[in-house]
Write a protein of this length. Structure first.
Length: 416
């Protein structure tokens, strides 16, 4: 869906490159939904075959602990079966949660519901300030939906470096997304006689005429059915399972990883943790200390424009190293792609980049970027930062011109 919206943006831009016919191009939601669903089904089949080829038995049902080494499964036929194991892994993930309020459960969909929509919404209200909210708001707006974004505080993605989240805020507004700020959330959702919804916010504002209201304001760990107390597995605030860097819970032989632990809630992070756990439990002796690192994890937000971030924000770096030991480099510019655009310079979408460095050696402890291509440029910088790259290391790398990524290795002053 991100790619579909990106194509729509390119079609909108084509006039600046001398192409005509934007108005004659039609978008069919049903076509992309069918193709997308077929692709996901194909992926599911591949995973199933990989499990089967690896000799993994798949048991369909609802599992709960009956003891620290014992699991009961209520299968799809209504029968309960008991299994014992030396090692039990909890990787149940999370699920979307809705706030209480009149009409919310009846008239609101989650991100799961977004993928079930049979028609493109005409007017959508997206509630939330995190990854899912800004990504889906960007997709819908890019495809032609009238989008309102409801955030509890002053802006979306407040956990990012301010330089990036402020740029995102500016770009979303330029795209036409109507942002409702400092709302303190949704109080209720009502349905009119015309079938359209009105969203009532806790600050007294209302948004009328929405055919779709999408709630992306929070997720919780999927732990309730597990009967963790029977295994003696401790939980912390929010219900998240307590697990250390080795994915060990407070009960020997019981492990947990992924969103159910509430650390770095990213699919690749869970995959990495799972691989290290498998290496340690079942691999050769030299892997007995295998564990995953939760430091310097690169992540991308597939917003419009996309965002890439690794490491500490400027505020986090100052808190950790002291303001006098932190140096920041930043740059904001229009990507070369927008060079031919016959619009005012301030109206061109911006790419913003920031390096956060610490200590006399200027160790790069934070790297942040928003703009076209951010999603594809981040991986290599992640490797460099994991290896302890400094600003001088960045400066010593010859720039690839003309690219946006070269800005990271040409930020003045240079430290050669």
């Amino acid at each position: 869906m991100f790619n579909a919206a990106s194509i729509a943006e390119t079609l909108h831009d084509m006039k600046h490159y001398g192409f005509e016919g934007e108005d004659s191009v039609k978008f069919d939601w049903a076509t992309i939904k069918t193709s997308r669903d077929k692709y996901v089904t194909r992926l599911n089949g591949i995973y199933d075959r990989n499990l089967e080829n690896s000799g993994v038995a798949k048991l369909l049902g609802t599992a709960s602990f009956a003891g620290k080494d014992e699991i009961q499964i209520l299968d799809v036929d209504g029968e309960t079966k008991t299994y014992k194991a030396r090692h039990i892994l909890i990787a149940t993930g999370g699920y979307p949660v809705f706030p209480p309020g009149e009409g919310i459960a009846e008239h609101v969909i989650s991100s799961d519901g977004f993928f079930e929509l049979e028609e493109m919404p005409k007017k959508a209200v997206v509630v939330g300030a995190g990854y899912i909210a800004v990504e889906l708001a960007g997709v819908l707006q890019g495809l032609g939906t009238d989008v309102s974004l409801v955030v509890r505080k002053d802006k979306a993605m407040r956990n990012l470096d301010d330089y990036i989240s402020d740029t995102l805020d500016d770009e979303m507004q330029k795209q036409g997304i109507d942002i409702y700020r400092n709302t303190d959330g949704v109080a209720k959702v009502t349905l009119g006689d015309d079938g359209l919804k009105t969203v009532h916010l806790n600050n007294g504002e209302t948004i009328e005429g929405a055919d779709t209201v999408l709630m992306a304001a929070g997720r919780a760990p999927l732990v309730e059915p597990l009967n963790l107390a029977a295994a003696g597995v401790d939980q912390r605030d929010g219900g998240y399972i307590v697990a250390n860097e080795y994915s060990e819970t407070t009960t020997d032989g019981v492990y947990a990883l992924g969103d159910v632990c509430g650390k770095v809630e990213l699919t690749p992070m869970a995959i990495a943790a799972g691989r290290r756990l498998a290496d340690r439990l079942f691999g050769p002796e030299e892997w007995n200390n295998a564990k995953v690192s939760y430091d310097m994890v690169p992540t991308v937000i597939f917003s419009h424009p996309p965002i890439g971030t690794i490491g500490l924000t400027e505020k986090e770096a100052i808190a950790q190293y002291g303001e006098e030991n932190v140096k920041v480099y930043r740059s904001k510019f229009a990507n070369l792609y927008y060079g031919p655009f016959q619009v005012e310079p301030d109206d061109k979408p911006k790419t913003a980049m920031k390096l956060v460095c610490a200590g006399e050696e200027e160790l790069v402890v934070g790297l942040h970027v928003i703009g076209m291509g951010s999603d594809e440029m981040l991986q290599g910088f992640g490797i460099a930062m994991k290896m302890g790259a400094t600003k001088a290391d960045f400066d010593s790398c010859v720039a690839i011109h003309p690219t946006a990524a070269e800005e990271f290795v040409t930020m003045f002053p240079w430290g050669l």
